[in-house]
Design a protein around this ligand. Structure first.
Ligand SMILES: O=C(O)COP(=O)(O)O
Length: 358
């Protein structure tokens, strides 16, 4: 278990992660609060680095590196995606909506405008709703509580997180019962591994799972590196490679891709990615609910994860501009990932209701 910045798993048991408490404070700070957070002693150099990354991040957004471990990657033929003008037509053309969470449903812990009404409308129209998040910090059960705390009626069975995907992937390959997993990540991965009956404390380590980890430190990097480099057959699994995430709605923060990038750097190995855009979760849920993927509309705010995920699975795709992708990035000549449609935010689908009631 890892709690409050103390690492109590694997080789680094009991090691205090110096900047962890400050990171936790920073996570709840608005941009204007950063000054007071900076005054904390040991956090200053660390936070100075964070601040400069935040300043340059927006310019980098269209350039998130893609893992080569994905299955086939479908790119559109360089034609700009049209803006969604007929929400009713899109809604009637599919049976299921798969929603990304961060940037579509919420930003950090803040609900995006119009979400409850939009979900209610889609449910009233008989659509199946599924929520898929690359953020591995929570288990499906914990996400259920998050939805509830935001006033959304979503059941655990409708939620698929990359923490769940990591455990599901290991089960799907019959991960050896006598081997353990070493986790760079937070409690969500631990809980999902427990649920799947997979051990993650001690050795021998047969797989390293890397997810978003606010308590990352050098010892964790070193232990994961040793396992991957020196344990014969040790797997390197990434929950996701997202460049940024929303710890708060006030700014974007270094995402799970930064932790995965560190291990790629030290091992020179490519991970098996189980989160979006890998189709592992899509295949799983399509199979579980017996849904044809052509009857799914994938809605997301990221091109290189959500939209690619939908396209890799043969789904319709809708990009919303309420998250990390802006219109400029979508329409940049450097962007080769074009959704079927784009719109400002999910609640634009409510236009279908207006049409129906006129
Ligand atoms: O927070 C992340 O890294 C990604 O989360 P998302 O898949 O819900 O957008």
């Amino acid at each position: 278990m890892q709690a409050g910045g103390v690492c109590v798993s694997g080789a680094q048991a009991g090691v205090r992660c110096a900047p962890a408490r400050s990171v936790a404070r920073l996570a709840t700070a608005k941009r204007t609060d950063l000054g007071s957070v900076f005054k904390t002693g040991h956090a200053r150099p660390f936070l100075a680095q964070v601040s400069s990354q935040v300043a340059t991040k927006k310019a980098e957004l269209g350039d998130a590196p893609r893992s080569r471990s994905f299955a086939a990657v479908r790119m559109s033929a360089g034609k700009d995606a049209p803006m969604l003008t007929d929400a009713a037509q899109l809604i009637s053309s599919v049976e299921t909506f798969v929603f990304d969470c961060d940037g579509v449903i919420w930003k950090g812990d803040t609900l995006i405008d119009g979400i409850p009404e939009t979900l209610d409308m889609l449910r009233a129209l008989g659509k199946k709703l599924i929520f898929v998040t690359n953020n591995s910090t929570k288990s499906r059960k914990q996400y259920g509580k998050k939805f509830e705390s935001l006033g959304l009626d979503v059941s655990e069975e409708e939620i698929f997180s990359s923490s769940f995907a990591a455990a599901g992937y290991l089960k799907s390959i019959d991960f050896a019962a006598d081997k353990k997993v070493y986790i760079i990540g937070e409690v969500g991965i631990q809980k999902e591994l427990e649920q799947a009956g997979i051990q993650y404390l001690g050795g021998p380590v047969g797989a390293v799972v890397v997810g978003f980890d606010r308590y990352l430190n050098y010892y964790k990097l070193q232990y994961a590196t040793l396992c991957i480099r020196e344990n014969p057959g040790c797997l390197f699994i990434a929950t996701n490679c997202d460049a940024v995430t929303h710890l708060t709605d006030a700014q974007e923060w270094a995402g799970g891709g930064s932790m995965v990038g560190a291990i790629k750097g030290s091992t020179k190995k490519e991970p098996t990615v189980v989160g979006k855009p890998s189709t592992f979760m899509l295949d799983y849920l399509a199979n579980k609910f017996n849904i044809s993927k052509t009857q799914i509309c994938m809605v997301g705010d990221r091109l290189d994860t959500d939209i690619l995920f939908g396209q890799n699975g043969g789904c319709k795709t809708l990009l919303v501009l309420s998250g990390v992708t802006d219109l400029k990035t979508l329409q940049s000549p450097d962007n080769s990932i074009q959704p079927d449609f784009y719109t400002n935010q999910l609640s634009d689908l409510l236009a279908a209701k207006k049409v129906a009631t006129v």
